[in-house]
Design a protein. Sequence first.
Length: 258
Amino acid sequence: MSSSHPDIALPRLIAHRGLAAHAPENTLAAVRAAHEAGCRWVELDVQLLGDGTPVIWHDATLSRCSDGNGRLAALDLAAARRLDVGSWFGDAFRGERMATLNEMLELLLERNMGVNMELKVTGKRSGTELAEAVVPRLLEALPAERLILSSFDRLALQHARSLADASLLPIGVLTESVPHKWRFRCESLDAFSIHTDWTRLTAHRANEIKAAGYRLLCYTPNDPAAFANRWAWGVDSAISDDPTLFDSIAPPPGEARA
Ligand code: G3P
Ligand code: MG
């Protein structure tokens, strides 16, 4: 691993999609809820509307998390704004609007929060185009110490890296399970971290990753007792729908063992 990475003070717990257990995922309300619950970092997904506007959204479609139907890529900003993206979660969130990347960055700055921004490439959409639209805006808004850019999409990360070096843009390699070629993938991207499904991580692979100097993040544990031995494996941070469940269980940052 190169030594030019920023020294990020990652918390043990990162709120997944905002605070997805307590508020409609990937909304401004969810990030406010995360902050009010004491979270310093959130994980969020970003995609482009059909008119090229970057918005905070997970799915390729609208039906699960809004009162609309059809594809996100079919919307322009005016149409996206008409959707209610809160009522599906609960009446208290009625009238919540889809957040643009710009609005979300303003909120993160106002609350002094860090973000793991995931470039979410759905279907046949272009990871390169997404990185091109999102990375300059992230670099302009946030210091490297408060940012990790991740993606499952290799081309998106490659393009992101071509836009900024490791001292400015920490990159997280996102995988469902860590591939045999993990070292090559990390080196070719000058990556800062690996983010993997906690249920598919092995102690052996965790040891290799930590010995090579990379940060290791796991998604999406929501059962602190079941997750407990992963801290001892060297996992740095857990990206959870409900970090508050872990309050008395996660070790302090920097301590490997619970
Ligand atoms: O970034 C970790 C996690 O969010 C990846 O999966 O589907 O929840 O975006 P997903
Ligand atoms: Mg995500």
